[in-house]
Write a protein that binds this ligand. Structure first.
Ligand SMILES: *[C@@H]1O[C@H](CO)[C@@H](O)[C@H](O)[C@H]1NC(C)=O
Length: 319
């Protein structure tokens, strides 16, 4: 009967934009069709990253040896560095028709409107060429700010190389925890060193600026500096949480592990219900950061509460 209830809810919202997002065919016309099915997506990107990283890990399992954690699986590191070489080459060397080579900007009215149709540079070009304009995301965030007209997919093919790197850094964290089990000082010093190392790389790549560096932090491009910056923050946060939760046991980790244990359910729920009250309501001033913040905090709190109820009822969605 629970399944019936879910089916009932799904059929009630059938035909709306929200259901379409579930199966990834957001289109201008609002109809689901093979002709405008979006091929990339968030879940596709997660699946791809985990697939590659899992394969790398299986491949090098037999090389496991004591010593420096980075040497535990250096062949996998070699593969990842090779992948990064591919990302850098395509991003900075691929000639894109009517666009400057190595362009990383939004196009549209950005850069004085000089590169109107160059949204996303090589990354955008590859997706439009490989997947087709109608099979990628149609309303990138650059549209609102830079009045761009080109479809551009924030989960495109080129960025998927860097998301593999990001997942791989997560694997590195896991390796450290496993390898230095019961040695919290070793674990924390390694996390901090990784954080520091990635932070230095980010500082160099971005020249500590918003958009004047060699590679700016850009989530739509999943740029290399975006990966190193986020991973830097993640390692540092991990040290804080590992110390307070696992080492000192000052804190259980609540409420974070409730949504963490139901992440796919929360993600799908958020996608389906994001336009509905109480997750969203018409804003008095859509330009107000305070109001956006309030709305997002309310929505997040609701999902944390929902995940707490599900946790108590032992309902977990797993793939
Ligand atoms: C960009 O594309 C649009 C629509 O395809 C076209 O009208 C416009 O001339 C293009 N701009 C440049 C600078 O090529």
């Amino acid at each position: 009967s629970r399944l019936d209830a879910v089916k009932n809810i799904l059929s009630r919202i059938g035909g709306s934009m929200e259901t379409e997002r579930l199966i990834n065919s957001v289109s201008a016309t609002g109809y689901i069709s093979w002709n405008n099915l979006r091929i990339p997506g968030v879940l596709q990107r997660l699946a791809w990253s985990y697939l590659v990283v899992a394969c790398l890990d299986l491949m090098v399992d037999s090389w496991w040896s004591p010593g420096l954690d980075i040497l535990l699986y250096w062949p996998a590191w070699l593969c990842v560095l090779l992948l990064e070489g591919i990302w850098l080459s395509f991003t900075f060397l691929l000639p894109v028709p009517d666009c400057p080579t190595g362009y990383l900007g939004p196009g549209g009215i950005g850069d004085m409107g000089l590169y109107e149709n160059c949204t996303g540079g090589a990354a955008g070009f590859i997706d439009r060429w490989l997947l087709g304009e109608s099979h990628i995301y149609q309303a990138p965030s650059s549209r609102a700010i830079y009045a761009t007209r080109m479809p551009y997919d924030p989960e495109g093919v080129l960025g998927s190389i860097n998301s593999v790197f990001m997942a791989f850094l997560g694997l590195q964290a896991g390796k450290i925890i496993l390898h230095y089990r019961d040695l919290p000082t070793s674990i924390m010093s390694r996390f901090l060193l990784w954080g520091l190392f990635l932070g230095v790389i980010s500082a160099i790549l971005t020249k500590c600026s918003t958009d004047r560096g060699f590679i700016p932090v850009n989530k739509n491009l999943w740029s290399l500096s975006y990966v190193t910056t986020l991973a830097c923050f993640a390692f540092v946060l991990l040290v804080v949480i590992y110390y307070t939760v696992d080492v000192k046991k000052w804190w259980s980790g609540a409420p974070f592990y409730y949504p963490g244990m139901n992440s796919i359910l929360i993600y799908v729920g958020h996608e389906v219900f994001e336009e509905y009250f109480p997750f969203r309501w018409p804003m008095a001033n859509s330009q107000s950061h305070a109001e956006h913040l309030t709305q997002n905090l309310v929505a997040t709190s609701c999902w944390v509460f929902i995940s707490y109820v599900l946790y108590r009822k032992k309902i977990f969605w797993k793939i």
